[in-house]
Every structure is written in C-alpha cells, then in structure tokens.
Write a protein that binds this ligand. Structure first.
Ligand code: SF4
Length: 370
C-alpha cells in the first residue's frame, strides 16, 4: 500500500511526519505546478470548485508516481467539500486509474467508518503508535504555523527581497528533520533565531489581513503567493486561518489567539448564520481586522465557491460601514498572476494612503479585545 494525499500548504509536513513515525510507505505528489492544474482542469467538471480540480491533479500525479491509496478529508455542512472524495473517485475510475480512495470524515456519526479506514491505513501498527505519531506531527504543525506567522509579520521589512522566504525554507527543513520532542524544542529556538536574523530595514508599512476559503488561504502555489506578493509590497500580513486551526474541530485558533465563535459574533450584524465553508468567518474576521487597526482586507475565493460568493456579496456593506477597503480575489485556472499582482499593488497603495490619512499608529499584535 502506497499512501498519498493532496498538497495544501504545510500539510505535507504533518502527514509525512505521521507516516514516517509509523514506518508506513507513502508517496508525495510532485510539487504543485501548471501541469497539476492542467490535469485537474482536464478531468474535473468545468464548474467544479477550483480546489477539487487542483487536488484531483495532485492525485493523478501521485498515482503516476506509484501511489495506490488516496486520502481525502470529507467535510460537512452546506458546501461541496463533503463530495470531493466521492466525485474524485468516480472521475479517476472513469479515467482508468487504479487506486483506492480513503475518505476521512470526522462528523460524530461517521467516526466508526473513519476508524475502520484508519485501521487499514496503519497496516498493523498499534493505535497507540498512531496516536503518538499524530500528536508529534501536530506539535510540528503548530511550530510551523507560528514560524509562518512570524514570516508574515516581518517579510515587508526584508532588506533583500525574498530573504524571509528563503529563511522559511530552511526552517521547514529544520522542523522536518527533528525526530524527537527534545530535538523539536531545540529547533524551535534555532528556527525563530534564524528567521529573526534576516536583515531588515524600516519601511512605510501597511497592515493587510487575509480571509477566505481555507484551501486557497493555505495553499501558496494556487493563491499565486498572495502573502509573499503583499509582503514584497511592504505589507505586514496576517491570515485568518492556519493549518492547526483547520485541523482543530474545536474551533480554537491558538495561533491567532481567538475562537471562531468570536468571529461569528462579530459577523452577526451582517450575516446571522453559517453558510458553509468559511463564509461567515470571512465576514466576521474582516470586522475583527478593522477593530485591530488593519488597513485593508483581501478575500481569497475559488471560482464557484458558494460560501465565499455569499461573503463577497456582503463584504462591500462591511467595507462601507466600517471604512475598511476589501479586495475580493477570485481564482480559477484562468487567473493570471500579472493581473492579480496589479490589483494587489493598487489595493496596497490605496490602503497605505488611507493609513496615512488616518495618521494613527496601530497595535501590531493580533490580540482581539471583544
Ligand atoms: S468552501 Fe467553496 S471551494 Fe471549498 S468546497 Fe465549499 S464551495 Fe467548494
């Protein structure tokens, strides 16, 4: 059995760590590329969500590299995420690929089935070893999230463009190589030192928050490296979801320091109930960013995403009411990097000029006062 899963930001470090710890064979799909997108768009239905196509491309490339067991998380609620695994299974089988699809569902009623599938995946290893492997991988994920957050907060001050990004690459390697908790705590100190030692300079800063559909927020290749682009434009950037937030069903957001109920509460004047996916959080977190003194918000949404389309229709009202500029970026296989770069540049300039007009210093920490 050769297991694989789709890329999504730093997810490969978590999943890879689990299977390494367990000594179970796995295959990483090749890094996301134009080919991944072309494969997904060729086999995926035209009006399917963009992430369905990109992850379908990952699966095809993983099978080409020898994978025969594909893991896909299945979601819940009024959103198409819950159908990805089944839709992709049918598409791949119709295309003649041989594999088994393993959907992992975490709704209470689906837990017994998920445990049976996990039992197959662990291939005779004990439940205790699986538990330990997941716990260790989550510890790594939490460290990676905090390092990524540090990178978002400092990239705009790089004396040499790309220096923070290069330092982050080294940090990923350091975290990946750590095989024990004690090694990981040493790495934590070294990695933060490494990241903070990037030569910096003063700059005309502007604060931009990112909201949107989780996959697109977390997956840099397919969001056209929006965070990096904003950082290079001189923006201190925060995103409203990190990998460990997404992995945590409790709704805690330990990296950001608040619970998703707080975001729902802030969204209430504009949207009173969940609409699937991250729709309500895109609204609530925009309000939160405004309260925290951010100068603008970028919403990332995949083409045809239902929850984000609802949020997109509400955000102009939030923007008018609170006086915070919001830019909605819709991404699909036809989206060009140059067009997005131009819009981000214009948006950052607008946000910066508003900041100058406001002329007030804002708190750079994301510690909400609800
Ligand atoms: S959140 Fe949006 S993109 Fe993701 S599955 Fe739901 S509708 Fe599709």
């Amino acid at each position: 059995m050769k297991i694989s899963w789709p890329h999504m930001g730093s997810l490969e470090f978590v999943m890879g760590s689990v299977f390494e710890e367990m000594g179970v064979d796995y295959v990483l799909p090749p890094p996301n590329s134009q080919r991944t997108l072309e494969l997904g768009a060729r086999y995926g239905p035209e009006f399917a969500c963009f992430p369905l196509k990109t992850t379908l491309g990952n699966f095809i490339e993983a099978i080409e590299n020898g994978a025969d067991t594909l893991i896909m998380v299945a979601g819940k609620g009024p959103c198409r995420f819950g159908y990805y695994a089944e839709t992709q299974r049918r598409i791949l089988e119709d295309a003649g690929y041989e594999f088994q699809m393993v959907p992992l569902e975490f709704e209470p009623s689906k837990i017994p089935g998920t445990l049976r599938r996990l039992n197959r995946l662990k291939q005779g290893r004990s439940w205790l070893s699986l538990y330990r492997a997941i716990k260790f991988a989550l510890t790594k994920a939490h460290l990676i999230d905090r390092l990524e957050q540090q990178a978002l907060h400092q990239r705009h001050m790089d004396r040499e463009r790309g220096a923070t990004t290069a330092a982050m690459k080294r940090c990923y390697e350091m975290v990946w190589d750590a095989g024990t908790y004690s090694a990981l705590s040493r790495v934590e100190e070294d990695a933060f030192d490494h990241l903070r030692s990037v030569p910096s300079m003063e700059c005309d800063e502007v604060k931009i928050g990112i909201v949107g559909e989780f996959y697109l927020v977390l997956e840099p290749f397919f969001n056209l490296n929006v965070e990096e682009q904003l950082g290079d434009l001189g923006a201190y950037v925060e995103r409203n979801i990190y990998l460990t937030d997404w992995l945590r069903p409790s709704g805690e957001r330990p990296v950001l320091g608040y619970h998703e109920h707080d975001s729902e509460h802030l969204a209430t004047p504009y949207l009173t109930h969940r609409v699937g996916g991250e729709g309500i959080f895109s609204v609530g977190d925009t309000v939160l960013y405004q309260r925290l003194g951010f100068d603008g918000v970028v919403q990332l949404m995949p083409f045809t995403c239902m929850p984000e389309t609802i949020a997109k229709s509400i955000l102009p009202e939030v923007s008018r009411a609170l006086g915070i500029p919001v830019l909605s970026v819709v991404i699909d296989e036809m989206t060009g990097r140059a067009g997005v770069a131009t819009r981000l540049e214009a948006f950052t300039d607008l946000a910066r000029s508003r900041r100058r007009m406001r002329g007030r210093e804002t708190d750079l920490t994301l510690q909400p006062a609800f």
